[in-house]
Design a protein around this ligand. Structure first.
Ligand SMILES: NC(=O)c1ccc[n+]([C@@H]2O[C@H](COP(=O)([O-])OP(=O)(O)OC[C@H]3O[C@@H](n4cnc5c(N)ncnc54)[C@H](O)[C@@H]3O)[C@@H](O)[C@H]2O)c1
Ligand SMILES: CC(C)=CCC[C@@H](C)[C@H]1CC[C@H]2C3=C(CC[C@]12C)[C@@]1(C)CC[C@H](O)[C@@H](C(=O)O)[C@@H]1CC3
Length: 345
């Protein structure tokens, strides 16, 4: 009888590996001696030792080709959070994740590590030292969050020791670092348009921002701890810098580091939130006539004006997680990596 050869545990695939987090993850996996395949709708770089498979994760056949002989899958693909395309989020994050799980089962993949988000419990109000047992948001703040919740539930439910598929979800918050396409570029663009003069609220709200290397470290620790007897099977884990910081101090450090002025004038939170809501409704109503995308969306205002920081004690206890780069070093490294975004560049 032919015996099925178990794929090497160092052979993995990164779905979404062309993205910001995905590429950092791929680089670290290579350093650690893994053989890496990337599955993505685009190829954004070339690296010796990485095989690219171009395809949509909703296409099971394309996935099956990429997952041959792979024992470990990292799923960190998602449409950009700023999009308001509900159908796209549902297709990629929900149906697509179902397809990923089916393909993993058919291909004999043993472990799936999902990149979820701490935002799955965020409803726009304060969260202080939130733990993983907080309920999922009943009124998710946008389609991105709504579909990230369903995605996480699907992946955790798929954990089945009998069938040989182990799953875990990592919930990072506010990832930043070199090559981030969103936080620093949007911040600089807003500053260049003269709109980063104001602090929303009293400026004392604490938030987690997580340097990308720490997020990568959390993912690899989870993958390496995921065994049938491990307590992490089928669970979600917050991964942060474990150094909550005032939202506006963090923004100011990045802005000042790049040569822009820090925001100074205070505006009341409820006023800005109300205006953002009004603008968002207007943009929806006027969409057939004019396309405009407000910078200060209700989601961004809520993120900028409330406390939202999370405990990573579960990750510390179950997988020995400890951030590997401090916030200060992460900010310095990030600022240095964007010479083209410096004031006057
Ligand atoms: N950036 C953050 O602050 C943050 C925080 C928490 C969680 N996350 C999660 O981390 C993951 C990675 O985020 P990122 O910031 O690197 O985003 P990113 O946009 O840089 O990367 C996402 C990648 O997914 C790919 N992708 C999108 N749709 C696809 C499809 N249908 N099939 C195959 N590939 C597809 C994109 O091409 C891209 O390369 C996402 O799941 C996101 O929800 C991000
Ligand atoms: C007020 C303003 C316009 C500031 C500019 C920076 C924002 C663009 C930036 C600040 C916090 C960021 C953030 C995300 C996107 C970019 C910001 C709003 C996420 C919503 C991206 C998706 C992740 O899953 C969220 C998470 O849970 O980590 C991010 C939360 C922080």
């Amino acid at each position: 009888m032919a015996t099925r050869i178990r794929p090497s545990s160092k052979r993995c695939a990164v779905i979404g590996g062309s993205g910001f987090l995905g590429r950092h993850l791929v680089e670290k996996l290579l350093d650690k001696g893994y053989t890496v395949s990337v599955f993505d709708i685009r190829q954004s770089y070339e690296l010796p030792g990485v095989t690219f498979h171009l395809g949509d994760l909703c296409d099971k056949q394309a996935l099956l080709t990429a997952l041959q002989d792979v024992s470990l899958v990292f799923h960190c693909a998602s449409p950009a959070p700023a999009s308001d395309d509900k159908a796209l989020f549902q297709r990629v994050n929900i149906q697509g994740t179902q397809t990923v799980l089916q393909a993993c089962t058919e291909a004999g993949v043993q472990k799936v590590v999902l990149t979820s988000s701490a935002s799955v419990v965020f409803e726009g109000t304060d969260i202080k030292d939130g733990r993983e047992d907080l309920p999922y948001a009943k009124k998710p703040i946008d389609y991105y969050t709504e579909t990230k919740i369903e995605q996480e539930k699907l992946v955790l439910k798929a954990c089945d020791k009998e069938k040989g598929l182990l799953t875990v979800a990592i919930r990072p918050h506010g990832i930043f670092g070199p090559r981030d396409p969103q936080l620093v570029p949007i911040l600089v663009d807003t500053a260049r348009r003269g709109k980063m003069k104001f602090i929303i609220g009293d400026g004392s709200n604490l938030v987690d921002f997580t340097f990308v290397d720490n997020v990568v470290h959390g993912h690899i620790l989870a993958a390496e701890s995921l065994r049938p007897e491990s307590p992490i099977c089928g669970k979600a884990y917050h991964i942060t810098n474990d150094e909550p910081v005032r939202f506006w101090d963090f923004m100011s450090d990045i802005l000042v580091g790049l040569g822009y002025a820090a925001p100074r004038y205070h505006l009341p939170y409820t006023l800005v939130y109300g205006l953002a809501l009004l603008l968002w409704l207007l943009s929806l109503l006027l969409r057939p006539l004019v396309a405009f995308k407000p910078t200060f969306t209700p989601m961004r205002v809520a993120l900028a004006g409330t406390h939202h920081f999370y405990s990573c004690s579960r990750a510390k206890q179950d997988m020995g997680y400890k951030p590997v780069v401090s916030l200060k070093d992460g900010i310095r490294c990030t600022v240095e990596s964007y010479p083209h975004l410096r004031h006057g560049a």
